[in-house]
Design a protein around this ligand. Structure first.
Ligand SMILES: [Zn+2]
Length: 683
């Protein structure tokens, strides 16, 4: 599901917030964020030489990364702002007294998370039932049964099982079996041989050892267990398909009868697994990566039962680290926050608890958030901008010289069919069956996770629910789904610096307008173009147009592959142009069509320069400033491996280098760095 969703920023799915209680620093809410910030501009830089430095130079100088963050940018500022708004809601909800049911639930969840005394007192006791179940396992068959039980409670292990719209009949939802079971963020960490990867594995071993020792194992036993865990996960990693290959839906498209899958990987005991899964009956399913199941089938045999049990214990402890006493939280932060991301301090507990509430009861908290912050007016103005950007995309397609009329007609059909979802879902999720206890944070996590796993599995063998959102309303992000052919803008992003009521059109189109254009373009990037207007995997391109697209896309892939993501004492890492191709295509296309929309809007009204900048220049500065960012080397290194988005600098400079409108707006000349000799233009 996740891989068919293309979003504007990295969509952080990690369940754990890397965390322990520290001094609660300033509790003062941040101010509203300016959409267009003159003080951010570095006027000593020539915009035609380095536009990112020009737009953001002073911002970068004046906004160091806060100690509790691994990166800091304009959208982090808005996320932080939203955290304070949500905290206000949750503080009220958790206060003594009578509350409406939804408020009571999120309030109790937040209160349980904040109650460190109880968490400390209970120790690892909330995990005891699961750990006892694991200890009692006597056969490989029972081991698989236990994997199923744990997965239903939201603990990821060994592989993954869920749902997806049928790739050829998106109106129907089917079961999907996929690779999984890793703890580190990507298979590359287990496989690569460079010095940094070797170091990371060593640090990971030490981390696992420490966590198991905290859970009561003798240090020398824990050290051996850590090695067994790394060995198992390395096997899973080697059997996994890499991120770039997974971008091509063809590589994940393997419909099979249940009986075929059972034969393919008998040691997974899938007949029993499916029967116990809580999913409605099905006779066929998609297997995203059959090779994974073939390879791991062997390992289930060859690896000892004791090692498998150790692995399951680890997956349990790791998943619940945030809900355990401070010693666990601190060690989890040392590895995931400090070592892997370069974060200096853990976030104060209230921030972690607000985020945990958003992750686990997000549509309830979101309902309260929307009531407070997002009115009908917000929906209406966004709708208007979406229409204007859609019209611009239509115009843009019409002007393309490399695409035939036949394919253009198909592209229009797809563009017209895109569904716009703005602010929040039409129907709120019903959490009434989730039991939330004020003194049981770990239990609340389990019950909320189990609810979500079951909610997803219930979709199997039913008509696809196209109204279900994958992001909560306070999220500062947006996304496009190929199988739904829809664009989605949570209320959280529809405010400054992305949209400012008092801002001129040029600035709003340079910011939220480009976000809208970006999401629309995803329907036509290297991945999205393979799906039709109904969200089905179907080739609607003539062969010649398909080839012309691929040629243009490979220009973009080569361009971004030359950009450096990080250069430090551990060496230089360049961007993966193929992994980031869809996002870069969307950035370039989004910038172009939002510019067309802005030009159309201001055409009828004479617009004078403001602050010494023409509307065209303001448009580009607004775009550049959305991406003002500082990032730790560690985080930049990690994102280069896992994030399909480019870092802020290249989202700006990579796109403007290809833009004729940019060169015109700033009077840039051939030969200057922001004028690419052979510009890459797909849309
Ligand atoms: Zn995107």
């Amino acid at each position: 599901m996740q891989l068919r969703t293309s979003c504007y920023f990295l969509f952080v799915l990690l369940l754990s917030c890397f965390c322990a209680a520290q001094t609660e620093s300033s509790t003062e809410a941040p101010k509203e964020i300016p959409s267009f910030d003159l003080s951010a501009i570095d006027k000593t830089t020539d915009p035609c030489v380095d536009f990112y430095q020009y737009s953001c130079g002073n911002w970068m100088k004046n906004n160091p990364i806060p100690p509790d963050k691994s990166s800091w940018g304009r959208f982090n500022e808005l996320r932080e702002y939203n955290l304070y708004v949500l905290r206000g809601i949750l503080d009220q909800a958790q206060a003594p007294g009578q509350h409406p049911a939804i408020e009571q639930k999120v309030g109790d969840y937040y209160a349980a998370c904040m109650d460190e005394t109880t968490v400390e007192k209970r120790g690892t006791q909330p995990l005891t039932p699961t750990l006892n179940q694991i200890a009692a396992i006597k056969t490989k068959q029972e081991m698989i049964t236990q994997v199923g039980v744990m997965q239903r409670d939201g603990v990821t292990a060994l592989f993954s099982f869920g749902q997806m719209p049928d790739l050829r009949d998106s109106l129907q939802t089917i079961a999907n079996l996929d690779q999984g079971g890793l703890t580190l963020p990507d298979r590359d960490y287990y496989i690569n041989d460079d010095a940094k990867s070797v170091e990371t594995r060593q640090k990971y071993l030490e981390h696992v050892q420490k966590m198991l020792a905290l859970a009561g194992d003798k240090p020398e036993v824990a050290a051996a267990e850590a090695k067994a865990i790394l060995n198992i996960e390395t096997g899973l990693a080697k059997a996994s398909m890499d991120r770039t290959a997974r971008r091509d839906p063809k590589n994940r498209d393997h419909m099979m009868e249940v009986s075929q899958v059972v034969t393919l990987a008998p040691n997974f005991e899938l007949t029993q697994y499916f029967a116990d899964s809580g999913a409605p009956k099905f006779t066929s399913l998609n297997v995203s990566n059959p090779d994974f199941f073939k390879a791991v089938n062997e390992e289930i045999n060859t690896i000892s039962l004791e090692d498998w049990k150790t692995y399951l214990r680890w997956r349990t402890i790791d998943t619940y680290a945030q809900a355990l006493p401070k010693a666990f939280v601190d060690e989890d932060f040392e590895f995931n926050g400090a070592y892997m991301s370069g974060q200096k301090e853990i976030e104060p507990r209230w921030k972690r608890c607000v985020q945990s509430t958003d992750r686990n009861l997000g549509m309830a908290l979101g309902q309260l958030y929307v009531d407070k912050t997002f009115g009908a007016e917000g929906k209406e103005r966004t709708q208007k901008m979406v229409k204007a950007v859609e019209a611009a995309m239509h115009e843009d397609i019409g002007q393309l010289t490399w695409m035939s009329d036949a394919t253009k007609q198909q592209a229009y059909v797809k563009l017209n069919a895109i569904v716009n979802n703005i602010g929040y879902p039409d129907k709120w999720r019903d959490y009434s069956t989730v039991i939330v206890k004020r003194d049981d944070y770990a239990g609340n996590l389990t019950r909320a996770s189990a609810f979500e796993v079951q909610r997803q599995r219930n979709k199997i063998s039913k008509p696809t629910d196209k109204k279900d959102w994958t992001m909560t309303p306070p999220t500062v992000n947006a996304y496009y789904r190929s199988t739904m052919n829809d664009i989605n803008f949570p209320a959280g992003i529809l405010q400054p610096p992305f949209y400012g009521k008092s801002m001129d059109e040029a600035v709003n189109y340079g910011a939220i307008g480009v976000v809208i254009g970006h999401e629309l373009t995803h329907g036509f990037d290297d991945q999205g173009r393979k799906f039709d207007a109904d969200g089905n995997l179907r080739d609607w391109w003539t062969a010649a147009d398909g080839k012309a697209f691929e040629e243009r896309a490979s220009c973009t892939a080569d361009e971004y592959s030359s950009f450096v993501a990080v250069k430090d004492d551990k060496g230089e890492v360049k961007l993966n142009g193929k992994l980031t191709l869809g996002e870069n295509t969307a950035d370039n296309g989004g910038l172009k069509i939002a510019y067309i929309a802005m030009t159309n809007i201001i055409a009828s009204t004479p617009v004078k320069p403001i602050d010494g900048y023409t509307p065209q220049q303001r448009f580009f500065i607004a775009y550049g400033q959305i991406w003002c960012q500082n990032i730790t080397d560690q985080q930049a290194r990690k994102l280069a491996i896992i994030d399909p988005h480019s870092p802020g600098r290249w989202r700006v400079n990579g796109a403007v280098q290809n833009s004729a409108a940019f060169q015109q707006a700033w009077g840039c000349k051939a030969g200057q760095p922001m004028v690419r000799e052979n510009a890459c233009r797909v849309w």
